[in-house]
Ligand binder design. Structure first.
Ligand SMILES: [Zn+2]
Length: 455
């Protein structure tokens, strides 16, 4: 540790020199510039590192260890990517998987953000370090990422498939932080979700883009959306944007299921609202406008809204729909709504009301309102592939035409891209139950079957 103003918004460059015993090696955030014998002290070396990019203090890292690198023969000034660990682990080839998949993930994320990791700052390189006895799971120090050994080292004979998936998705999480967290940093810990929501989101979807067989898109539903909805159903869940966080204990409290899982779930909901390409365009704008700075949620919302307007991605929701107000309604209050869908099967009119869901009482009497993007499929139109919402609900009660008359099931929240629960009148539940017990079952998307069980 060193004396500093240890807050994310006090960004600075750092020139780091490490003095270490000759038998050891040292690492820091940037490439090694020079290594010379210490003047007047025998058997010591002074390692000088290149100046860091403008960065927050919490991302500084130094390692002095008897470690080996998978890139031991690289010229230090030209080093790009390496995995370092105990010599035994490296000699046994346990760093190879992190070496291979990590570079693919880094390239994919560079492409996705439109900003190549190695072009962000010429002094940066990427070191993945396996640390024995590391209390956190992993840490995204810029250019010197640290992991528990079991979360980075892979042994073909010893590591099971589940642990291999773990390595892949933790690498993704930390690599995503190079952009979301390190380059663009949350202004204060009360908006930590700007860092961790994105890291958690890419933990699944970046991994899914590279390790396509691992099923991370599917796992997201039960592991992130469902767990977030449960945490949000408590009596007093904190809003994602939570002004008033000051003490170290309050800061620690922000590293919560909600900041991570709910943050990621809202990002996914917004991705499906805007469409993948428009969403990515908005994120690219956000990164390019706020790189080397800190950001507030409004900066993210406005970047996305600008991209959406340019592409006309929200035109179908009318002139009154505001993406900024939508995102605020989900991030500035705690909890999530349950939609109650009451179908008039004669006319096909569906009355949809929203209420805050509470796990203890079922529904809360508080009159919270969300701006809810909804989608639905029916027995006669069982299209579960188009996740673009067809309607936006902003009032307590809303009437939506189902588009058909007579008895048939309707299921809201296609692929559970929306962050809310759904309940139905008992007659409609009976129709859904009959469908789930009959041949129609396979027409209903597996994510929606999981959703129905969880809701
Ligand atoms: Zn993280």
């Amino acid at each position: 540790a060193f004396p500093c103003y240890d807050e994310p918004s006090f960004k600075a460059t750092f020139d780091i020199t490490l003095r270490r015993p000759k038998a050891y090696r040292s690492w820091s955030n940037t490439k090694l510039k020079s290594s010379d014998a210490t003047v007047n002290i025998e058997n010591y070396m002074d390692d000088v590192f290149y100046t860091t990019p403008v960065m927050s203090t919490y991302l500084i890292a130094i390692i002095v260890a008897e470690y080996k690198s998978l890139e031991d023969n690289a010229i230090p000034q030209q080093l790009k990517y390496e995995v370092i660990a105990r010599p035994d682990a490296i000699d046994n080839g346990q760093g190879q998987y992190a070496y291979d998949v990590g570079q693919k993930l880094l390239a994919e994320m560079s492409d996705h953000t439109g900003l190549d990791f190695y072009e962000v700052d010429a002094n940066l390189k990427m070191t993945q370090a396996a640390i024995p006895d590391f209390s956190a799971g992993a840490m995204e120090n810029w250019g010197l990422l640290t992991y528990r050994e079991a979360y980075l080292m892979y042994d073909e004979k010893q590591t099971n498939y589940n642990s291999k998936q773990l390595i892949a998705y933790i690498l993704s999480h930390e690599i995503a932080h190079m952009w979301f967290g390190n380059l663009v940093t949350c202004d204060w810990w009360d908006v930590l979700w700007l860092n961790e929501g994105f890291a958690r989101y890419y933990q699944y979807f970046l991994t899914n883009a590279v390790e396509t067989e691992m099923g991370f898109e599917t796992r997201f539903i039960t592991e992130q959306v469902h767990t977030a909805l449960l945490a949000d159903a408590a009596n007093n869940p904190h809003p994602l944007t939570n002004p008033g966080v000051g003490s170290p204990a309050q800061v620690s409290g922000m590293f919560s299921t909600l900041s991570y899982n709910k943050g990621a779930s809202l990002i996914r909901m917004t991705e499906h609202l805007l469409g993948y390409n428009v969403h990515r365009e908005g994120l690219r704008k956000y990164i390019s406008d706020f790189k080397f700075k800190t950001a507030l949620p409004i900066n993210l919302f406005e970047s996305l809204e600008a991209a959406a307007k340019e592409a006309g991605a929200l035109a179908e929701y009318g002139p009154n729909f505001s993406l900024v107000e939508y995102y605020k309604s989900w991030t500035e209050q705690g909890s999530a709504p349950v939609l109650f869908v009451e179908v008039n099967h004669q006319t096909g009119d569906m009355t949809v009301t929203q209420q805050r869901f509470n796990i203890n009482t079922g529904m809360s009497t508080s009159n919270s309102l969300w701006i809810v993007p909804v989608s639905f499929a029916t027995a006669s139109k069982p299209d579960f592939t188009n996740t673009k919402p067809t309607h936006i609900l902003s009032a307590t009660a809303n009437v939506i035409p189902r588009g058909s008359q007579g008895d048939e099931w309707v299921i809201f929240n296609i692929q559970q891209t929306g962050y809310y629960r759904v309940n139905y009148d008992s007659y409609t539940w009976d129709l859904i139950i009959r469908a789930l017990r009959g041949e129609d079952r396979i027409k209903i998307h597996p994510y929606n079957r999981a959703q129905i069980v969880n809701d």
